[in-house]
Design a protein. Structure first.
Length: 371
């Protein structure tokens, strides 16, 4: 098996667990947060800096890399790891979510999806076989099945048809996937309907994937509803396989997902916020451009020991953003990633030591101002 997973500790407080995910490019402890490198780069960060932060696996985007520079070019360059000079784990999404987000530019059919490029308007087609060909050319450690992610809200009838289509596409992906050094994970869909989530999970588990993602959440629904869908779905997934909640990365959702047995997360949140001057701190988000920080010579987060907090003040970071200097984006991105990666370290320790509930309560009180 190119990717293996073992649970090394189960929480006595909840469904959380600590695991070890082994890929052809190294091991990572779970629960793990994966930074997003949409176009074969985590925006503003070098691979060496990511490694220094302790990133063991990151996500790259199939749709974007297919359009530019093209998967054939990346394959000729020696694959995604060599192309982007990243020696550790990579997961590629299937392109399904990007197709979902381009609703006005695409048509879904049994065969796959016809869409127009957001770059130049050119017409393209991706189905399960094409998604597998692209991801195998990219050569990530983990590939994802091609699925349909339904918007919120969607009708029961549409979502039911989408679940059936996603299962048929998953079977086609399994048949088309041939790369022996790459694992293929299935994606559970079902919208906000518990019975459809169960149907999707059971159908995919029968197919025997080495890992399972939970897709179609964090698409605009209330967080209580997302948690409800996790509680329906996660218990149906195999205990000995990794469980991946796609597109989720806010601190509250990380805690809620871990508590319900999720092992892997990804999100653009820390990097996107940083580019707009918002930093994650132990006391919540701060907008570093605000005038309140013009003469604040303290660190971004006094409880953080990252490179940025050891070396730069809030006043300096505000100056960089006001002067439109790229370094400001780089430094806040560095800190935000360090913050979330450090939070995952703390969560794993708390799971091992039986104090997850107290960590969650104290974090929520400090970060959100409530328990």
């Amino acid at each position: 098996m190119p990717v293996s997973f073992e649970v090394i500790h189960r929480s006595q407080e909840n469904q959380g667990r600590v695991g070890r995910l082994t890929t052809p490019h190294g091991q990572v402890e779970t629960p793990v947060f994966m930074p997003v490198g949409t176009q074969a780069t985590v925006k503003t960060m070098s691979p060496d800096e990511l490694a220094e932060l302790g990133v063991g696996i990151l996500l790259c985007n199939t749709y974007h890399l297919y359009l530019r520079p093209g998967h054939d070019l990346i394959q000729r360059a020696g694959g995604l790891h060599r192309f982007m000079n990243w020696p550790r784990g990579i997961l590629t999404d299937s392109g399904g979510f990007q197709v979902f987000s381009l609703a006005h530019l695409r048509t879904v059919a049994e065969e796959g999806v016809t869409f127009r490029s957001h770059l130049d308007g050119s017409t393209h087609f991706i189905g399960p076989e094409e998604s597998m060909a692209i991801q195998q050319a990219l050569g990530a450690d983990i590939a994802m099945t091609f699925d349909e992610c339904v918007p919120y809200p969607s009708t029961y009838e549409y979502t039911a048809k989408s679940v059936e289509l996603t299962s048929r596409w998953a079977e086609r992906c399994l048949k088309a996937h041939r790369r022996e050094d790459q694992a293929l994970f299935g994606i559970v869909q079902g919208g906000m309907f518990a019975d459809l989530r169960r149907q999707s999970a059971l159908e995919l588990v029968q197919m025997g994937f080495p890992g399972y993602a939970i897709g179609g959440l964090s698409v605009g629904e209330p967080k209580e509803l997302m948690n409800e869908m996790l509680e329906v779905t996660v218990p149906l997934l195999p205990e000995d396989k990794p469980r991946y909640l796609m597109g989720v990365g806010s601190p509250d959702c990380l805690f809620e997902g871990v508590e319900r047995g999720v092992d892997m997360f990804d999100c653009v949140l820390p990097t996107r916020l940083a580019r707009h001057g918002t930093a994650l701190t132990g006391e919540g988000r701060i907008i570093i451009r605000d005038a309140a920080y013009a003469e604040d010579f303290g660190p971004l987060d006094p409880h953080c020991g990252c490179y940025v907090c050891r070396n730069y003040s809030r006043a300096y970071l505000r100056h960089l953003f006001k002067a439109k200097e790229i370094l400001g984006m780089r430094l806040v991105t560095w800190h935000n990633l360090a913050f979330l990666l450090g939070l995952m370290d703390a969560i794993r320790d708390a799971l091992r030591e039986g104090r997850f509930a107290s960590l969650k309560a104290s974090f929520f009180a400090s970060y959100y101002g409530h328990t």
